[in-house]
Ligand binder design. Sequence first.
Ligand SMILES: [Zn+2]
Length: 306
Amino acid sequence: MIKKFIKAALIIIMSSCLGACNNKIGNSNEISTTIKDENNSKVSVVVSFNPLREFVEAVGKDKISVKVMVPEGMEPHDFEPKPRDMESLSKAQVFIYNGLGMEAWAEKTLTAVDNKSLEIVNASKNAEVIKNEEVEHGEYDPHIWLSLKEAKILAKNIKDALVKVDSANKAFYEENYNEFATKLDELYNEYKKKFETVSNKNFVTGHAAFAYLCRDFGLKQNSVEDVFAEGEPTPKKMKDLVDYSKNNNIKVIFMEELASPKVSETLAKEVGAKVEKIYTIESREDNKDYLESMKDNLEKIYNSLK
Ligand SMILES: [Zn+2]
């Protein structure tokens, strides 16, 4: 109810700004010209949230400048764009979003943005997607960046867009993409072998973000919250998780900073398990990049199953 009201208010603010803020935009053009001179050769990119920043930085390196819409430390499933995001989008050359329902606001926002030359990238195009069991939020599980295999496709879609808007640096982007893709393959191959050696394949985490990672390695997740990080567990759900953890010899309960960390701790205490931090990469944490966060996740999950 309150959410709906805030949404409506935001739309009013945004749409009234589109008409009335013309003056302001006119003035800031002068400022943006100076900024443009300084970053002369850089491609200006806006991404919806953190994993896409990781991929575009891996491919674009110092030839791009990136703005991330969802602020650091914020749960992206609840995000709504602000007027400042509309302004960034109106000046950007490339906008990258995840798709698969992660940015429910994308379509409406892009219709409202006045920027005809904006190159719009649906990063998960041509990726192999997983359907949601319950379709309340949408047909697909959006957490595709947590698959090392699909990350290659996301990074390739992003690379193709950079090549399109900045073809002079095609070789640079191709080389960076190939280097990144090789690292993704290496990490995948390393853990594919490791996970084949363990018979226990079950782990318990904060919210159901790891279906793609599970598919890559033949694992199974159970979680405190659902796919969209909603639903503080009921006493019944909590009891089910306790029973599940005990029956499956769960030694570690994974904790996510942005999804009920306290509940993970309570659950761990209840079943006599350890608590370990896991990264959904939905926000940048502990100053780790994508490959570092993924390696950390895989090593911790592997150790919990040994
Ligand atoms: Zn999530």
